[in-house]
Design a protein around this ligand. Structure first.
Ligand code: ZN
Length: 507
């Protein structure tokens, strides 16, 4: 981009300002990573304040009038360039983020932020006590504030659209509602067919597996899959996440349960999928707002592709299972590959989203998405939320949560953020993962054989070139079109589920 910078000094000015903001945000991310891994508990109060200060500084710098003027001045230059050139994309994406940031007054941000902190505290107390009544007034205010937040963006079709935009820019509630309804119609009978059969025995996964060996094995797997330890590391935490400070430092975290082998194994592969995306971004985009994944859905498509489509496939374990057995000979020495493969793909009706298998997972997500729309539309009052939640679990999953702790109080999202736009990314990710993988196989049928040999080089290279390299230059919709030549569809996911689970169960 050097020649462009010479011809356009305002672009250089923009890049310099954005790079400074990026540095402040990276410093805040490092404070967050430390908080979630090694910080002693005594640091909590000060750390919260330090993070808020840095976020305030970066928000102020980003929303300065000079930034708006610069983006305005660069409009003619932007339109003179190809849409997907680095410079035009940088101006376009910076403007999109700027417009999102300036629409919401700072006083509202501060009020909502205080409210969210209080709500999170109330939820953390109410959840173990199964006390929805205690969080109800907080959630009622959250709903009011979520509507107020959406209404800073006036040109929407559905009130959820601006809230969905924060995570999955450009996805519309009306489109998602019909896509998800179609998906639900296909999934419910599959779940019924599977769960009416003899449940899979997965007790082998719940023997005692020493933590240090588990960690060592996860490191071995993710290195073999292509995670670059020169530009990353893995640490332990309560709720695993991926975080990056630059394309040269993309870290993951995992958690280990000694009585559940699948926890560390699959959360490490999941977070590694997120990390491969960030490690694969074009280094030319470093320090700009283009150097990140494009949406919650596309990000989740990568974590789920590696975790489920690759990491829970029979071919993958054909290679890795003998190695796992040599790590745990007493526990797995007499357990066959097929028995292990069935256990890690056990399908069951359960009340908890995060424990759900591939087949039932989206049903959990779509329940939350529909309830969000109903609440925002004023069709559902907070006081009726627990009953509405349980009713949907009865109709979609065929079970009723024992209590609100394993019902409406289970997920942190509504208690730490807004109501609206919090869940669709998970299902979008699952759908995209199957659609992307199908496209990869069409171009490179050798991918399946390579996976059986413990090699994922062709798949990784393809994903890097088609998806990772671009950062957030393209919206999810543009990316799907570019990679698969099609719009987002449920068919590849349903085909994947039918094929895989048709072999594991009678469908
Ligand atoms: Zn994820």
């Amino acid at each position: 981009m050097q020649t462009i910078e010479k011809t356009e000094p305002k672009l250089l000015d923009l890049k310099t300002r954005l790079a400074e903001i990026n540095d402040i945000e990276a410093a805040a991310s490092l404070l967050y990573w430390d908080q979630a891994t090694y910080m002693p508990p005594g640091g909590a109060a000060a750390r919260g304040r330090q993070l808020a200060t840095l976020q305030q500084i970066s928000h102020t710098k980003f929303t300065e009038a000079a930034m708006g003027q610069l983006l305005e001045d660069l409009r003619p230059y932007e339109t003179s360039l190809p849409y997907d050139s680095d410079a035009a994309s940088l101006i376009r994406i910076a403007r999109q983020k700027y417009e999102q940031a300036v629409r919401v007054p700072a006083s509202f941000m501060a009020k909502f932020s205080r409210h969210r902190t209080e709500t999170y505290g109330a939820w953390a107390r109410a959840r173990p006590e199964n006390n929805f009544a205690a969080v109800r007034p907080y959630l009622e205010e959250t709903l009011d504030l979520s509507r107020e937040l959406a209404n800073f963006f006036l040109d929407y079709q559905h009130i959820a659209d601006p809230l969905i935009d924060f995570a999955d820019y450009g996805m519309k509630a009306s489109f998602l509602r019909s896509l998800f309804a179609e998906l639900r119609e296909q999934l419910v009978p599959i779940v019924e067919a599977i769960t009416s059969q003899t449940p899979t025995n997965d007790s082998y996964l719940h023997q005692v597996y020493p933590a240090s060996e588990q960690l060592e094995f996860t490191l071995k797997i993710i290195e073999q899959l292509g995670y670059d330890f020169q530009r990353g590391r893995q640490d332990q935490t309560h709720h695993p996440f991926m975080i990056n400070f630059s394309t040269g430092d993309v870290r993951i975290t995992t958690r280990v349960y000694e009585n559940d082998l699948s926890q560390a194994l699959f959360s490490s592969i999941h977070e590694m999928g997120h990390a491969l995306y960030e490690q694969g971004i074009d280094p030319e985009l470093e320090g700009t707002p283009l150097a990140c994944g494009t949406s919650a859905g596309v990000h989740e498509s990568q974590s789920r592709l590696w975790e489920n489509i690759v990491g829970r496939s029979r071919g993958f374990w054909q290679f890795f299972y003998p190695q796992l057995q040599s790590f745990f000979p007493a526990q797995l020495g007499n357990v066959s590959l097929d028995t292990f493969y069935r256990a890690i793909n056990k399908v069951q009706r359960s009340p908890i989203r995060t424990d759900a298998d591939e087949v039932t997972y989206n049903l959990h997500v779509m329940i939350r998405f529909d309830l969000e729309l109903d609440m925002l539309e004023g069709k559902l009052e907070i006081r009726d939320l627990p009953e509405a939640w349980n009713e949907r679990y009865r109709s979609d999953l065929g079970i009723v949560p024992k209590n609100d702790t394993e019902g409406v109080l289970q997920d942190v999202h509504w208690y730490t953020s807004q109501i609206g736009g919090m869940f669709q990314g998970y299902t979008l990710g699952n759908l995209m993962s199957a659609q992307f993988f199908e496209a990869a196989l069409t171009e490179h049928s050798e991918i399946l054989t390579e996976i059986e040999q413990g090699q994922c080089i062709t798949l990784h290279k393809w994903l890097k070139e088609k998806i990772y390299h671009h950062g957030c230059k393209y919206t999810a919709t543009e990316l799907i079109r570019g990679v698969t030549g099609d719009v987002l569809r449920i068919d590849p996911f349903i085909r994947y589920i039918r094929q895989k689970y048709g072999q594991l169960y009678t469908l």
